[in-house]
Design a binder for this molecule. Structure first.
Ligand SMILES: Cc1cc2nc3c(=O)[nH]c(=O)nc-3n(C[C@H](O)[C@H](O)[C@H](O)COP(=O)(O)O)c2cc1C
Ligand code: SF4
Ligand code: SF4
Length: 436
């Protein structure tokens, strides 16, 4: 069985699964429930000057019968006193010495940062996370994403923190920025031990068409909320990879954003995360999801012959390159498994109206068709020479592994866009004519 234990920027935990700063990490009671269920770490709900929250606070994007594909909130940091939070951190740490407790902090002045960093260490926290990401409420007060969006301000505050920090510091980055790499570089310059990303994305999930107010609303008004949950995973993965690949950032990463199962976690780790944090999926399904996550990750590592999760960290980072390096002579085409096909013809419509008219409808001709087929109904057939390998039909097909994309040998040597440009400029080949 693969070793799941990690050391993220000096913060050790028995596995890479951490509860992200948010409602599930609000109290000592919850932190202990999380550890009991199998989480390796908890990033405490952000501690600062206690705030007052509004009612209501959450909204969601549902897709068909799937609830909370995206989730949005207008909640602020902890509404509990720093005394209570630090006392509970100390109590939890005493009972769970081998699990990671990270104090998430957000305050304003240099003196306050110094005070809260010291209090975190005194409470026995294993590390500190600087919340430079909250995109609502706190940023209006000059904190949260107001800091994270300005790398020079973030750099200054991280350097204040590092003046007194005796435990590892993770700087949590906001995705509400043109290029997250600049914020990652600022954290590195100021001496942060690692970065965590992403915090929530500015969003409006829905407008109530009776009172014309976006959800969630508070007495007929709303405010921009922070978006998270499965819908943000692609954005988060991209930002994690950007930071992992940047030669100037080169810091341990705690990956966050839409992680709900072991596969999501493995993808974040392969793109450069050492630990992964989860908020929305716990709010949806509870702490027990970590059991499947740990078992799934462990089985996956075993199947790949990896003895430790550390072998997976960053494995996929180098495969992401500039578009101009991709091989223009590589080709894949769609292939239909007629034993699985149910004859819905969604692939035909998608290719005909939304892609390259590379699927024909032909008489069944004795082809075996999957369950639910209508006898005599035409079936799809790939026109292999017309197929550009865009993947659309395989994405719309409702049956798993019914349409697969297969590589074809083009018998042409690899040529990227930059190779092509160089050859054309040297007069070694003529420009390829555009499609008619
Ligand atoms: C209701 C709610 C409250 C949150 N509060 C905090 C917070 O206090 N501090 C913080 O750093 N992040 C906070 N977050 C952001 C999460 O830690 C996390 O970065 C984000 O939700 C993305 O992860 P997810 O897709 O797993 O939810 C909050 C998220 C939610 C949904
Ligand atoms: S979408 Fe899939 S199941 Fe439907 S007709 Fe096409 S190949 Fe068959
Ligand atoms: S891969 Fe694209 S072009 Fe080829 S058949 Fe499918 S939808 Fe059409």
């Amino acid at each position: 069985m693969a070793d799941l234990s990690i050391n993220c920027a000096g913060i050790k935990s028995p596995n890479p699964f951490w509860v992200a700063s948010g409602p599930p990490a609000n109290t000592g009671y919850q932190a202990e429930r999380a550890f009991d269920a199998g989480w390796g770490g908890v990033v405490w709900k952000t501690i600062g000057d206690p705030i007052v929250n509004v009612s209501s606070r959450y909204s969601a994007l549902n897709l068909g019968t799937t609830r909370m594909v995206g989730f949005n909130n207008i909640e602020l940091i902890s509404d509990r006193s720093p005394e209570t939070n630090f006392r509970e951190i100390a109590e939890v740490k005493k009972r769970w010495p081998n699990h990671a407790v990270i104090a998430s902090l957000m305050v304003e002045t240099r003196e306050q940062w110094h005070e809260f960093v010291k209090r975190s260490a005194d409470a026995g926290a294993d590390g500190i996370e600087l919340n430079f990401g909250c995109p609502h409420g706190m940023c209006e007060r000059g904190m949260g994403s107001a800091v994270g969006q300005r790398p020079e301000v973030a750099e200054k505050i991280v350097s204040w923190v590092m003046e007194v920090a005796t435990i590892p510091v993770l700087t949590k980055l906001t995705p509400n920025i043109t290029d997250v790499v600049y914020a990652g570089r600022a954290a590195k310059r100021a001496g942060s031990n690692g970065i965590s990303l992403i915090n929530t994305i500015n969003s409006i999930t829905q407008v109530n068409l009776d009172n014309f107010c976006p959800e969630p609303f508070v007495a007929g008004k709303s405010s921009h909320g922070g978006y998270c949950g499965p819908a943000v995973k692609p954005i988060a993965l991209n930002m994690v990879q950007n930071c992992a690949a940047d030669p100037e950032v080169q810091l341990p990463i705690s990956g966050i954003g839409g992680i709900s199962n072991w596969r999501d976690a493995a993808e974040f780790i392969a793109l450069g995360s050492t630990s992964v944090q989860v908020c929305t999926a716990i709010m949806h399904y509870g702490f027990r999801i970590v059991e499947d996550m740990a078992e799934g990750l462990s089985d996956y590592l075993d199947s790949k012959g990896m003895k430790s999760v550390n072998e997976l960290i960053g494995k996929a980072v180098p495969t992401l390159q500039k578009w101009e390096t991709l091989d223009l002579h590589y080709k894949r085409i769609a292939s239909i498994n007629y034993d699985k096909c149910i004859g819905c013809n969604l692939c035909y419509i998608a290719c005909e109206d939304g892609a390259h008219q590379a699927i024909a409808l032909i008489p069944p001709n004795g082809h075996g068709l999957g369950p639910g087929r209508v006898p005599g109904k035409p079936i799809p057939e790939i026109k292999e020479h017309e197929c550009v390998g865009c993947n659309l039909c395989s994405l719309v097909c409702p049956v798993d592994d019914c349409i697969t994309m297969v590589s074809v040998d083009t018998k042409r040597a690899k040529m990227s866009w930059s190779d092509y440009q160089a050859k054309v400029s040297r007069g070694e080949m003529k420009p390829i004519p555009a499609h008619p």
